[in-house]
Design a protein around this ligand. Structure first.
Ligand SMILES: C[S@@+](CC[C@H](N)C(=O)[O-])C[C@H]1O[C@@H](n2cnc3c(N)ncnc32)[C@H](O)[C@@H]1O
Length: 303
């Protein structure tokens, strides 16, 4: 039987389990944040790392476990689900990989990142190629403690460093909906093009005064696309119900915008049905980034 292991983000075990139920995927066993399930589905949003088609490797000793993993791959990140000390001793026998915080737009790793766990004393569950190039789907940045006015900038840093197929260029017009206090505007402005920031609340003054930034102090939902210059990228970090964002994206899509990066934010419960309408209506991808909280990132990059 094909099996995969999905690793939920910290405190989002329930979201992962509900998504697997929503997608009719049978759960075989849950150990903390690690969920072993039937099948080979890769499109699991609430998995920070998915190990598709796991191998079950019988081992006779610590050295034997390390040798068998080394034969399969160079980079292995441990997610410990039990027998922690023994697992740590096996990990110590494996090659080291970089764990330091990375700068914004650091080159993406070129080698596959494996994931493994010691499921029983004599049984490893592993996948040599996980869905994330970063160890168990986690990366931290060399943060800028001075310039950004909020920590929301880390979501865009992660998106452009780790996921986006391309970066905005200086000839493009970027629309930043729900921009206050200005973390996203600060990142977007760094690409060299014009940024229109839209929010009912004011941007922090020093962000509003950056070159090429203009501000529309009004509701994003009342802004008709024909009122502003051609938009190349639509960004939204607005706090609103997912249904409202879906409708808003529809208007800008009809107006011809090709590139979207939007945070879909949830109230008490994660709304899987509306979330999937983004994919059904517009295509693209949905991911839960390491720097997302109770929210996910939908993106569509077409040009
Ligand atoms: C999470 S904050 C955005 C943070 C921002 N991306 C940053 O990096 O600093 C959400 C923003 O959505 C804005 N918002 C809520 N309703 C809005 C609306 N109808 N139109 C525009 N902005 C709205 C709020 O004023 C708030 O500033």
């Amino acid at each position: 039987m094909d099996k995969s292991l999905y690793l939920a983000p910290f405190k989002h075990e329930d979201d992962l389990l509900k998504e697997l139920a929503f997608k009719n995927i049978k759960v075989l066993e849950t150990r903390g944040r690690a969920v072993l399930a039937e099948g080979l589905r890769e499109d699991i949003i609430w998995a920070q790392s998915a190990w598709i088609g796991v191998l079950e490797i019988a081992i006779t000793s610590i050295k034997d476990g390390a040798k068998k993993l080394r034969e399969l791959n160079r980079n292995w990140a441990l997610f410990s689900t039990g027998q922690h000390r023994r697992a740590e001793l096996i990990q110590n026998e494996l090659p080291h990989y970089p764990t330091k915080p990375i700068p914004f737009l650091a080159a993406r790793p070129t080698q596959p990142m494996g994931g493994w766990t010691l499921w029983e004393n004599d049984l490893i569950i592993a996948s040599a190629q996980t869905t994330s190039l970063y160890p168990i789907g986690e990366m931290t940045f060399e943060e800028d403690q001075i310039n950004p006015p909020s920590r929301a900038y880390l979501k865009l840093w992660e998106f452009f460093t780790c996921h986006s197929p391309r970066l905005p260029n200086a000839s493009e017009h970027l629309l930043d909906m729900g921009a206050c206090p200005g973390g996203w505007t600060w990142v977007l402005q760094s690409f060299g093009g014009a940024v229109t920031a839209v929010d009912k609340a004011p941007l922090e003054k020093r962000i509003a005064e950056l070159p090429r930034v203009s501000l529309l102090n009004e509701s994003a939902f009342g802004l008709a696309p024909n009122r502003i210059d051609k938009v190349d990228w639509f960004f939204s970090d607005i706090i609103c119900y997912p249904e409202r964002l879906l409708t808003l994206v529809g208007h800008w899509r009809e107006a011809g915008v090709k590139n979207f990066v939007c945070t879909i934010k949830y109230q008490a419960e994660t709304d899987f049905a509306v979330t999937h309408q983004f994919l059904e209506k517009f295509g693209g991808n949905i991911i839960h980034q390491h720097h997302n909280k109770h929210e996910v990132t939908w993106f569509l990059i077409e040009s």
